[in-house]
Design a protein around this ligand. Structure first.
Ligand SMILES: C[S@@+](CC[C@H](N)C(=O)[O-])C[C@H]1O[C@@H](n2cnc3c(N)ncnc32)[C@H](O)[C@@H]1O
Length: 251
């Protein structure tokens, strides 16, 4: 039996949209769920990402009483031990569900910080009976910085991350020089980062920070991967907006 999540804020109410610290509770009513939760609900990354100290995180990790300031153990999250891939900012999860269904031989960890979106992914995963899809509610940078074990990931998928188009907000972008260093650490040798965006300025930033990191080589996005659209991508395509993609392979 797996775990079913119930969410509540530290103040005890289930709600969203306010700056709050969150915790997750687990019970054993439904299959396939893994979630954890850290950070704030209001959009921008938590300032000064640092490992929390108790009792900030009081949730239990499915199947064992792991704490969120310990590195994840990918093998403990999934029923089958197989290559791990991570999608950062999964949104409503159409990509995650589609990809996990097409690749039962891979494990996919979908990372998203908005509860409503996680619930949608969760429903998709449950409907499709996916045992190779797990969800985590967390700040993507925190996961990369503190929780993903070194060389544990075969592929990182980052599709249409928030573009933060105003100059003064660009510091909030997920993909920056530090991201390339963290990706390099999390990826196994020959592991790949796949990127998509509709924002030309952000695309230029993505390609320039990866080109500047000698630990990566420019790579191709396989056609079968390109063929799986995300929810945002579907909207852009419907409006005739051009989207851009790139891939970088760890040396
Ligand atoms: C523009 S949407 C794209 C969603 C999805 N990838 C798609 O293409 O349909 C960006 C998503 O990333 C999530 N997100 C943004 N910053 C994040 C962060 N630092 N950590 C985790 N999720 C984040 C947002 O909540 C949102 O769902």
């Amino acid at each position: 039996m797996g775990t079913r999540l119930r969410w509540r804020s530290l103040s005890g109410n289930e709600h969203r949209g306010q700056r709050e610290n969150w915790q997750a509770e687990t019970s054993s009513k439904a299959p396939f769920r893994f979630c954890a939760c850290i950070g704030t609900m209001n959009g921008a990354p938590s300032p000064g990402l640092r490992p929390p100290s108790p009792p900030f995180w009081a949730g239990e990790r499915a199947g064992r009483g792991g704490r969120l300031w310990e590195a994840l153990e990918p093998a403990a999250l999934f029923p089958r031990s197989q290559p791990l891939e991570v999608e950062l900012g999964s949104g409503d999860g159409s990509f995650a569900a589609h990809y996990a269904r097409l690749h039962p031989e891979r494990n996919l960890l979908a990372v998203e910080r908005l509860l409503g979106r996680l619930r949608k992914i969760d429903r998709k995963g449950l409907r499709a009976g996916l045992v190779n899809l797990r969800l985590v509610r967390i700040e993507a940078s925190y996961l990369l910085e503190f929780l993903l074990p070194r060389e544990s990931v075969q592929a990182l998928h980052v599709y249409f991350p928030d573009p933060w188009p105003k100059r003064k907000h660009r510091k909030n972008r997920l993909i920056n020089t530090r991201f390339t260093e963290l990706a390099q650490r999390a990826l196994a040798p020959a592991g790949v980062v796949y990127l998509r965006t509709d924002d030309e300025d952000y695309f230029a930033q993505m390609t320039s920070v990866f080109a500047a990191n000698s630990g990566f080589l420019l790579a191709e996005t396989p056609a079968d991967l390109s063929a799986i659209p995300t929810d945002f991508e579907n909207d852009f395509l419907a409006k005739g907006v051009r989207t851009l993609r790139a891939a970088y392979q760890r040396r």
